[in-house]
Design a binder for this molecule. Structure first.
Ligand code: CDP
Length: 793
């Protein structure tokens, strides 16, 4: 970092937003290994908790004998589901209005489910003692295949739910079935395609964990934990555990990646709290990699049938889909209450359609619960994959260039705000310009020429396109809540007498660089240099209420709150400045960082002068209170709709079917760009995610429900060797309703890249007549597709 040339920004604090590549304020501690993660915490007298997990996917609990574990000399406590049930704590609500067992009381419902826990003086003893617990299970047949889960012969997984006689979880539909059918009936061309978005895992570098510290004297519970949503978690603990909310303090320190995995409340957190309440000591629980991969929330797992209707010359008329969604044993999906299938409604893509319709059936299976939005705004990744694959299937049918087909159907700039056939109001975009920028960077025509030459020689080169529109920044209170909690975000800004500032935000960084970008937003608005602005997040006692960070909502919601709170402070500063300069407020001009008298720049006061006056002994204008601070709760009027054009180039080895991603061009439009370097980092990470999902990631199960991806030896994630040097670009179409025009970007690349990679592989396989093959496109799957078997079981 020190070798980097000084940037425009570092030499000039006048344009904090967008004009430079300000280095990240948090990196000095990260690159020196000084991050403060939950497992770094060592509290006096702290005990350690380990969880006994079920070895099979479906079984009735017959008996559990903990006496040997309790006799272990270093064990302080062993707790079973029956003991939790006595306290009314055996079950907890999920984020989707379902319930989930904290510890098994009646039946194991997925392999790896929490059965009992041990608290001991050290971590090793806690783990050793797990082996001393004797559990007798009555093993039941497991429901593994989502396609047969609703068969009358399938065992009922959720017999804990009153009157439940099948594995049905929920039904949901959006769009207009009849209108869509009418368009399909008359369409000249209809293309259908079955496709699967496999179960994948967010796999953050840091696993989940917590240290619970209950102080029985003043009744205060402090929970240090890995959470993307500290305030929402606090409220839920208060509701579930019956503890007064003001006596609960959630403290999330540094977090080593979340990607949606750290949104839910996991049984481990609750167990740590119970353990601290019972022992009166701080208790640490940190899961290992296998526990994280097998028991915490997965993502995707959609079996989709898509259909697209068009004219012969390539005007897309309608899209419809039928989805079978595997939600695992408990519906732990994170999605606003009114959106049981998340924001899947944007499956209409970036195209101007006449009609659209989606129907979804969600089912329970004997797999880990979840359906979290892994680096995606509530199921948008699945929606984008569906439509971008369908458009490529249509291009194949019509023998049209996939770029030309997309450009022909894009929503045009003058159509924004554009209401889709499923009711989403896209705020802004200039899709063709974004697409053409990607084509320019990639030299699209040159690539097609190269491909034609290579095909002559029998080489398998593929070019894949994807164009995505995301809906991020959940969301307007009138439309969205999670378990009744509205999705507006608070923000507080306090300027100290010496002109340094602290901004307190409700969102929670997991490595996205909020300490830097939020300081930049405030700096842009009130002219205090970013280095003089401290960003505080993650501590519910120190920050205002808000729903946290996921679904790329930080910049659209908390970022907007930060800009507006700074404007509030600036408005107050203006009144104080008018007193200091003895002119009326209307006679002042703002010049980043100072007010001056109109027409006379020599008569000016800086924001630092004003801060001192605001706290000083001198008089303030009538009616103005001392101090220079403000707070706000920002309720967004709409989501923001970032978009992007991605072009992927692959080479497939005809002998081994190994796919090599040779080039990847990503042009993102996230509106106003606060920190281009951070955006680039976010995009790079998301693209790697996308290559992983497209080519190698899948949580697989055998027919008994045993998870086959319980370690990073089996669950493959891409390394530097599997990804190319990313080529990134940008167009800027500001969001009209965001105070600084910014849209989210954190997840764009994860959302947009899988279809680009898959489309590229399918394009490479054109000589074999392959129209589709399911992810992950491992060599064996590509080989099967080349042999005419594109659908593995
Ligand atoms: O909610 P999350 O932080 O995961 O996603 P985000 O709001 O899209 O922001 C990811 C990172 O990119 C943050 O540090 C943002 O402030 C930064 N960003 C930016 O610099 N400019 C934008 N237009 C959007 C995000």
């Amino acid at each position: 970092l020190q070798d980097r040339p000084r940037t425009e920004f570092e030499d000039n604090d006048q344009h904090p937003v967008g004009h430079g590549r300000m280095l990240r304020k948090e990196d000095p501690r990260f690159i020196r290994g000084k991050g403060r993660y939950v497992d770094d915490l060592q509290l006096p007298g702290m005990l350690h908790l380990a969880i006994l997990r079920a070895p099979m996917a479906h079984a009735r609990l017959v008996s559990i004998d903990t006496s040997a574990a309790q006799a272990h000399p270093k064990v302080k406590l062993v707790v079973t589901g029956a003991m939790l049930a006595e306290k009314g704590l055996a079950w907890m609500p999920t984020l989707s209005n379902d319930v989930q067992a904290v510890l098994v009381t009646d039946k194991v419902r997925f392999q790896g489910q929490e059965v009992a826990f041990v608290v001991a003086e050290d971590r090793y003893s806690a783990r050793d003692a797990l082996e001393l617990i004797d559990v007798e299970y009555d093993v039941l047949p497991a429901v593994v295949d989502v396609r047969t889960a609703l068969d009358p012969s399938s065992p009922v997984i959720r017999d804990d739910l009153d009157g439940k006689t099948d594995n049905h979880c929920f039904d949901w539909e959006t769009g207009d079935a009849a209108a869509t059918e009418a368009v399909f009936a008359k369409a000249e061309v209809v293309v259908s395609q079955d496709m699967v978005y496999p179960r994948v895992h967010p796999a953050p570098m840091e696993t989940c964990g917590a240290v619970a510290d209950y102080d029985s004297i003043d009744g205060q519970l402090t929970l240090y934990c890995t959470t993307q949503a500290p305030h929402a978690h606090r409220t839920l603990y208060a509701i579930v555990a019956g503890l007064p909310e003001h006596k609960i303090r959630i403290r999330a320190g540094d977090i080593g990646g979340g990607f949606g995995n750290k949104v839910p409340i996991y049984p481990g957190y609750v167990c740590a709290i119970v353990a601290s309440l019972l022992t009166g000591k701080p208790v640490k629980w940190v899961e290992d990699r296998s526990e994280n991969l097998t028991s915490t929330s997965f993502a995707r797992d959609y079996v989709m049938r898509g259909e697209i209707a068009a004219t012969k010359d390539g005007k897309i008329l309608a899209v419809r889909t039928n989805v079978l969604a595997d939600h695992g044993a408990f519906n732990g999906q994170a999605a606003p209450v009114k959106y049981p299938a998340g924001f899947f409604g944007v499956f209409t893509g970036s195209y101007d359609l006449q009609a659209a319709y989606a129907k979804q059936t969600a089912v329970y299976t004997n797999k880990a619960p979840g359906g979290v939005a892994y680096a995606c705004s509530f199921r948008i990744t699945e929606a984008v994959y569906l439509v971008e694959r369908l458009v490529d299937c249509l291009a194949d049918e019509l023998k049209m260039d996939p770029v030309a087909l997309r450009i022909k159907n894009f929503i045009q700039p003058d159509q924004f705000p554009y209401t889709t056939k499923t009711g989403w109001i896209y705020d802004s975009g200039n899709y063709e310009a974004t697409m053409r920028e990607a084509m320019r960077i990639a030299d699209y025509d040159g690539l097609r020429r190269e491909q034609a030459e290579k095909r002559e020689r029998g080489e398998l080169m593929g070019i894949g396109i994807s164009f995505f529109t995301e809906a991020v920044g959940a969301g307007p209170r009138k439309d969205m809540d999670i378990l009744g909690l509205g999705m507006a975000d608070g923000c507080e800004l306090r300027v100290h007498p010496t002109g340094k500032a602290v901004v307190r935000v409700s969102c929670m960084s997991q490595g996205q660089g909020h300490e830097t970008t939020f300081a930049q937003i405030i700096a842009e608005e009130i002219g205090i240099p970013p280095a003089d602005i401290q960003v505080v997040n993650g501590d519910t006692d120190q920050t205002p209420f808000g729903l946290g960070t996921y679904g790329s909502r930080s910049t659209p919601v908390s970022g907007a709150a930060a800009a507006l709170v700074a404007r509030k402070v600036r408005d107050k500063a203006r009144i104080i400045a008018s007193g200091m300069l003895e002119v009326s407020v209307a006679d002042l001009d703002w010049d980043k960082g100072s007010f001056h008298v109109k027409g006379d720049p020599t008569k000016s006061v800086t924001i630092q002068d004003i801060a001192m006056r605001a706290h000083g002994a001198g008089d303030l204008p009538e009616g103005v209170e001392g101090g220079l601070e403000a707070q706000i709760c920002y309720n967004p009027e709409n989501l923001t709709y970032p978009n992007g054009a991605y072009i992927c180039v692959v080479d497939v080895d005809p002998g081994t079917a190994v796919v090599k991603v040779r080039r990847f061009v990503a042009v993102d439009d996230c509106g106003t760009r606060i920190n281009p370097m951070i955006i680039e980092g976010q995009v790079h990470g998301g693209l790697a995610d996308g290559v992983g999902m497209a080519l190698m990631e899948m949580i697989a199960f055998d027919e008994d429900g045993n998870c086959l991806g319980g370690s990073l030896m089996d669950y493959l994630i891409p390394t530097a060797l599997e990804v190319p040097d990313w080529e990134t670009g940008a167009t800027v179409t500001p969001s009209p309703h965001h105070p600084i025009g910014a849209k989210g970007v954190g997840e764009s690349a994860t959302v947009g890249s899988p279809p680009a990679v898959v489309n590229a592989v399918i394009d490479a396989l054109t000589p074999f007549g392959v129209r589709h093959a399911d992810m992950p496109l491992t060599p064996s799957r590509v080989w099967d597709a080349m042999q005419g078997h594109p659908h593995p079981p």
